[in-house]
Every structure is written in structure tokens, then in C-alpha cells.
Write a protein that binds this ligand. Structure first.
Ligand code: ZN
Length: 298
């Protein structure tokens, strides 16, 4: 099985074009988009900007991908830059058979692998809070301002983010409810990367990933965990993957000047990661990793 994984496209036209081109060249069984695919647009009008972009530009590019690579499935999660109204609009694309949103509670199968999606991130300075949660109960909240999409009123509303997030389940509590995968060959797609790894480094700040995601990976040991959110990390650490117990965790990051992605070949005996345009991935050479005989808790 061949998976093409790209994340954090942020609505950049060249990135969308390259994604469609690469899907045509590599013809993956599954194209995975790991959240934050849309431009930020106007915080006062997410429907007129972000939702419109999803239903026009993104739809058009996904249709091109389906046209060039008819056997490719497309699956996605959302990220912290995405609004709840965008998620609702994505359900329309799902109904049209264009993509599948990966849920956390009912992992769909692609080939012999089941995929669990997880969109929430720990708190960030970005204003939109729809897909943010405290990492763990009682985590101190350090940022000002906040806005969420009010489904009933159909418009954005400002919130006191410390109060709002304090009342919601934390990532730790939320992840504890994710059903244990039926198959050992399951794959986690989580927008936030695990804390204190080569995959979660910001310039001048350091490690900003999620402690709860890391604990979840170490406890549940998916075959692969695929991340984004911290675009700069591979360029800073020089690595786009690392092992966490038996799990191979990957963050291809993203660049401003062209698409970064990873092509993942899942074979019976091995897993090959081919970096495509990833900053810090020396020479872009493929990495082939042996698969342990049995996957399970380390
Ligand atoms: Zn992003």
C-alpha cells in the first residue's frame, strides 16, 4: 500500500498544484491531508473566505486528483487553523464521495490498515479555538483572545479562551476515549506532533508538541503516526521521522517555497519513507525500516 501524506498547505496555490501533480505521478492508494489545508482568511467571515476556498479551490484540486489518479482515496483531518464551519462544509465533500474525514472513534479501513484521525492541538497563539484543547487537565493557559464558530447563530463569537478551554475535555481525557484499535496495523493521523521529539521544534522556543499525544502513541503503539502543525521542525532537527517505541512517527513539515510531503510504502517486511521536498531531509533519499514481527505495546 502506498500513502502520500502532506499537511499544512494553508491554501497556497503552488502547494495545491504540486499536490495534484504528485498524486498523478505517484498514484498513491491513499492521499492523506493532515489539517490546516486552507488559507486563514478573514476571522470575521470564515464562511466567505475559508469555507468558500474549500468548496471551490480545494474541491477543484481534489477533482483533478481523482481524475489523474482514479484509484486514489483521499482522507483528511482538520487542524487548529480550521473553523468548525469548515469541518461542516467538509462533510459536504465527503457526501459527494470526494474525500473521507478520519474520525477518532470509528477508524475506517484503507487496504488492510485502519486510520484514526485526531485534529485537536494544545493551545497556540492563533485566535481560532475550535480545534484547540488543553493538553492535560489544569494546563496553564498563556495566550490572549479567542474566537469560535457558533453553530446555532451561524457566526464567529469571541470567547475567553482560558474559560472556554478549561470547561472542555483536555487532549488527555479525549484521547483516553479513543477505542483500542481492532488491528495492530493501525495508523494515527494527528495534527499535533508528540512533545520533545525531532518533530515538534519551533525556532527560538523549542519543543511545543503535545505531551498527551506522545503518551497516547507510547501506550497504544500505532504502526505509524503522522503529524504536521509545526512546519519548521524537520528543517531545524534535520529529521522528519523518529521511532517512539515501535511506532514510526513522521512530520514532513511544510515550506513556503514549495510542497513538502512524504511517500510511504507499506510492504510486508518493511516500511519505506521517501521525503519529497522536505527541508532537512538530506538528499531526499528514501529510508527503509524493517517492520518488527509483531506490533503491540513496546
Ligand atoms: Zn499549519
Amino acid at each position: 500500500m502506498r500513502v502520500l501524506f502532506a499537511t499544512d498547505l494553508h491554501g497556497l496555490p503552488r502547494h495545491l498544484q504540486e499536490l495534484a501533480d504528485w498524486a498523478g505521478v505517484y498514484r498513491p492508494n491513499l492521499l492523506l491531508v493532515g489539517g490546516d489545508a486552507l488559507p486563514d482568511g478573514d476571522v470575521a467571515d470564515p464562511v466567505g473566505t475559508q469555507v468558500r476556498f474549500l468548496l471551490t479551490e480545494m474541491r477543484r484540486h481534489f477533482e483533478v486528483i481523482k481524475d489523474r489518479s482514479p484509484d486514489s482515496n483521499i482522507a483528511t483531518i482538520v487542524g487548529n487553523h480550521d473553523w468548525l464551519c469548515t469541518y461542516d462544509a467538509m462533510i459536504d465533500l465527503e457526501r459527494d464521495g470526494l474525500l473521507q474525514i478520519l474520525p477518532s472513534d470509528n477508524a475506517p479501513l484503507f487496504g488492510e490498515y485502519s486510520f484514526v484521525g485526531y485534529s485537536y492541538t494544545p493551545p497556540c497563539p492563533y485566535a481560532v479555538k475550535d480545534f484547540e484543547r488543553l493538553d492535560f487537565p489544569g494546563q496553564p493557559y498563556l495566550f490572549d483572545g479567542g474566537v469560535i464558530w457558533d453553530r446555532q447563530r451561524g457566526r464567529p463569537v469571541p470567547v475567553n479562551a482560558a474559560v472556554y478551554l478549561g470547561a472542555a475535555p483536555s487532549l488527555q481525557e479525549d484521547l483516553a476515549r479513543v477505542p483500542v484499535a481492532a488491528s495492530l496495523d493501525w495508523i494515527l493521523v494527528s495534527h499535533a506532533p508528540p512533545f520533545e521529539t525531532d518533530l515538534d521544534i519551533l525556532p527560538e522556543i523549542g519543543h511545543v508538541g503535545s505531551r498527551s499525544i506522545k503518551d497516547f502513541i507510547l501506550q497504544r503503539q500505532p504502526l505509524l503516526s503522522l503529524h504536521g502543525h509545526i512546519h519548521e521542525s524537520p528543517g531545524l532537527s534535520g529529521r522528519f521521522w523518529q521511532r517512539l517505541g515501535r511506532t514510526i512517527a513522521v512530520n514532513p513539515g511544510q515550506r513556503d517555497d514549495g510542497l513538502a510531503a512524504v511517500l510511504i510504502d507499506l510492504a510486508e517486511e518493511s516500511i519505506t519513507l521517501t521525503p519529497l521536498g522536505i527541508a532537512g531531509a538530506s538528499g531526499g533519499s528514501p529510508v527503509t525500516l524493517a517492520r518488527p514481527a509483531a506490533w503491540g505495546p513496546a
